[in-house]
Design a binder for this molecule. Structure first.
Ligand code: SF4
Ligand code: NI
Ligand code: NI
Length: 707
């Protein structure tokens, strides 16, 4: 069979080529020359996942390449052998690519992204598990023409698919103004062997979220097959090396669709589809990816790919709020007869009456009625406005409540987007995402400068009532806490317990979110649990919760303490926003975030630290967390709480701002406590920050020893 023959010959060519490049690199730089990808805890992930060798220098690569050649390259033309040849090709590609990263220097030039660092993988943890991103497409080669190639990519973007591009398709997308880059969940990897960065990204999901130890080949492959819903689109002419690489993908469980004729297709694994309109659909079907279609009658594309898009002032047709005009957003629970389902009303000028570059007020009022709706869910739903509006290509939304700031881009205006269409998006998304609690929705959009001053009073009153209610929501005040097992699709043994004072470690699931989600899907990932008998009130251990953990973690976790990180702490899945670690010398803890790539006083970067803790295991002394948990009165109380925090990146201090100061005051630490916390400007090792802590009389210095 042509395909199997290609895979064999391609594997021989690829491994030989890798050997030549390796020999040349060793000759030039010496076998001791270090080789590593930037900002990852998993070295060369293909090798780490499949065989587990620790690669530090280029000299380490030679025996690995030799071995894979001997064990995997098989001449017999069978499907099994083709997959082994494919595996060898993945090794060869990883070696060739790694040789571009000698001494840790990132060689990729715009627009190519090359190796994708761990924090980006972790950032996409939640959208992948909650299926905002329902699958992954790797699109390789050169499409028959730019227009139809761009259309294929855009269509997958609108379905929320994460996309990796390699070779000429990247230029074709750029030519057609397709938005690409990490902000658009569309990664332009580069050319040729750079496609391996999609593969090593996928393997890291198993290592980081699945908790699969290095070198467990069978488990690593099983994980890919079961949990990473990826497929490959090969456009344009194939050659033997491409065939071999494609069988590398099939070895991982990812099917191939090509626009080229294929003499003998392999059903479910290798199929031909010359019609570009059908390629995406076939790939999704072959990989079993289900897309929830929501038809929204607006002239712009809607999808999570556009959430990260920024619209600069000069590209905006009109903007609202952001301190330049009055703005607010409000979700209200109403009675059945107060809501006319689907009604959209614009009070004030429409977009055609707004000159280019102008500023107008905007009030977004969403009235919902539902038999199972509760007032408590208003805030949860209101927060979704941010995402739903941002999903629009050419729409930009930041902040919330009466701080809301919105821009509508010039191209959205040119496509015919109207203010009214904001209502169309909100109604469609609310009804499709929350069918169990929303039966009717109507949206009122206020752009009139007099009417808005009237309406905003309603909103302000609502916000303060809600805040008062939230203040009273403590761990003790409620009977039930909620579990979250959403991340089990990637971290099979991981369980989060979400309490009023402890947001999920992804930062995206609060107690109210969990409560609402349980109302929507009673059998879903958020289950109510009552604490049961208290085993340890200080460390925070309860009988029922232990039992839930035991069954929920597939019998791997027997007990959990909620109020300490030092003994049987909560587990981490991998998508945590921040991570904390003890600093023995300073008698305190430090935190670092996904956003902070630099070194930290525990001697590890965020990525390295994250690599030591995840996959649903307990790691005393380390814990993943949502950033806001730091401001909670229940922040590791058994360990001394906020007073223990001696270091965090500046960025986190700025992000939490006044909330962190308020939390310090509430904890009796004083408003100047935040200034006593060291950051990277003070130092990035314990010796360097200790004198600072002493000088500032940081409370941790004189507290009881942590361990
Ligand atoms: Fe995952 Fe925990 Fe967030 Fe749920 S709360 S999505 S399990 S990290
Ligand atoms: Ni947007
Ligand atoms: Ni997670």
């Amino acid at each position: 069979m042509e395909l199997f023959k290609g895979a064999y010959e391609g594997a021989v060519t690829a491994t030989s080529y890798a050997e030549i490049l390796l020999a040349k690199a060793i000759k030039e730089h010496g076998a001791d020359c270090p080789v590593k990808y930037p900002d990852t805890a998993y070295r060369l992930p293909v090798i780490t996942a499949l065989s587990g060798e620790e690669v530090n220098t280029i000299g380490d690569l030679a025996p690995i390449l030799n071995r894979i050649r001997t064990t995997n390259i098989r001449e017999g033309l069978t499907f099994e052998n083709a997959k082994l040849n494919g595996e060898a090709t993945l090794y060869a590609a990883e070696v060739i690519e790694a040789l571009r990263y000698l001494k840790g220097v990132k060689p990729d030039k715009f627009p190519y992204c090359g190796f994708i660092a761990d924090p980006i993988l972790r950032k996409f943890g939640v959208p992948l598990v909650d299926q905002t991103i329902p699958g992954v497409a790797v699109i390789v080669g050169k499409g028959k023409d730019s227009k139809s190639t761009a259309k294929l990519v855009k269509d997958l973007q609108s379905k929320g698919i994460m996309i990796f591009l390699c070779n000429e398709v990247i230029e074709q997308c750029i030519e057609e103004n397709v938005k690409i880059g990490a902000d658009f969940i569309t990664f332009p990897l580069g050319n040729f062997t750079q496609v391996i960065h999609a593969v090593n990204f996928a393997f890291r999901a198993g290592l980081a979220f699945g908790g699969i130890p290095a070198g467990q080949r069978e488990r690593a492959i099983e994980y890919q097959g079961k949990r990473v819903l990826a497929f490959v689109v090969q456009l344009g002419p194939n050659d033997i090396v491409k065939f071999a690489a494609e069988f590398g993908a099939i070895f991982m469980g990812f099917p191939i669709v090509t626009d080229q004729p294929v003499a003998e297709e392999i059903p479910d694994w290798y199929q031909s589809e010359p019609d570009y309109e059908k390629i995406g659909k076939l790939g999704l079907e072959m990989r079993g990816i289900k897309i929830k279609i929501v038809d929204i009658p607006v002239p712009i594309t809607i999808g999570p790919a556009f959430e990260g898009e920024t619209i600069r002032k000069k590209d905006a047709h009109v903007e609202f709020g952001g301190g330049r005009s009055t703005s607010f957003e409000l979700v209200r629970m109403c009675e059945a007869d107060e809501v006319e389902d689907g009604k959209i009303q614009v009070i004030g000028p429409e977009i055609d009456e707004m000159p280019e570059g102008s500023v107008f007020p905007l009030g977004v009022m969403v009235d919902v009625y539902g038999r199972k709706m509760q007032e408590d869910f208003e805030g949860v739903l209101e927060r979704r406005i941010h995402y739903f509006v941002n999903y629009g290509e050419g729409l930009w939304h930041v902040a919330q409540r009466n701080m809301m700031w919105v821009r509508i881009g010039k191209n959205a205006k040119e496509l015919g987007f109207k203010i009214k269409d904001i209502g169309e998006i909100l109604i469609a998304k609310f009804k499709s995402d929350y069918p169990a609690i929303i039966d009717r929705v109507q949206v009122t959009l206020v752009t009139d400068k007099d009417v808005i001053e009237e309406k905003i009073k309603l909103a302000i009153a609502k916000y303060s009532a809600r805040d008062a209610r939230l203040k009273g929501l403590t761990d003790e005040a409620v009977e039930t806490w909620y579990t979250c097992t959403l991340c089990q699709s990637f971290a099979p043994n991981h369980v989060c317990i979400v309490t009023p004072e402890h947001v999920g470690l992804c930062g995206a699931v609060s107690w109210l979110d969990a409560k609402a989600s349980n109302e929507i899907t009673p059998t879903g990932p958020n289950q109510p649990v009552t604490k049961g008998d208290c085993i340890d009130p200080v460390k925070g251990q309860w009988q029922n919760l232990n039992e839930f953990f035991y069954s929920g973690s597939n019998r791997t976790i027997e007990k959990v303490n909620f109020y300490t990180m030092m003994e049987d702490p909560m587990t981490s899945c991998g998508c945590f926003e921040a991570i904390m670690a003890i600093l023995p010398l300073c008698n305190g803890v430090m935190l670092t975030t996904r956003e902070h790539t630099g070194d930290t006083p525990c001697g590890m970067t965020f990525s390295a630290l994250a690599g030591t803790c995840g996959g649903g295991v307990q790691t005393p002394g380390f814990m993943g967390m949502g950033r806001r948990y730091l401001c909670s009165a229940k922040f590791i109380p058994a360990d001394g709480g906020l007073a223990r925090v001696v270091w965090m990146p500046k960025e986190l201090k700025e992000f939490l701002g006044q909330d962190l100061i308020d939390a310090a005051v509430a904890a009796g630490l004083g408003a100047d406590f935040v200034d006593k916390i060291a950051d990277e400007t003070v130092g990035t090792d314990e010796e360097a920050i200790l004198p600072f802590l002493e000088e500032k009389q940081h409370p941790a210095i004189t507290m009881d020893p942590m361990m």
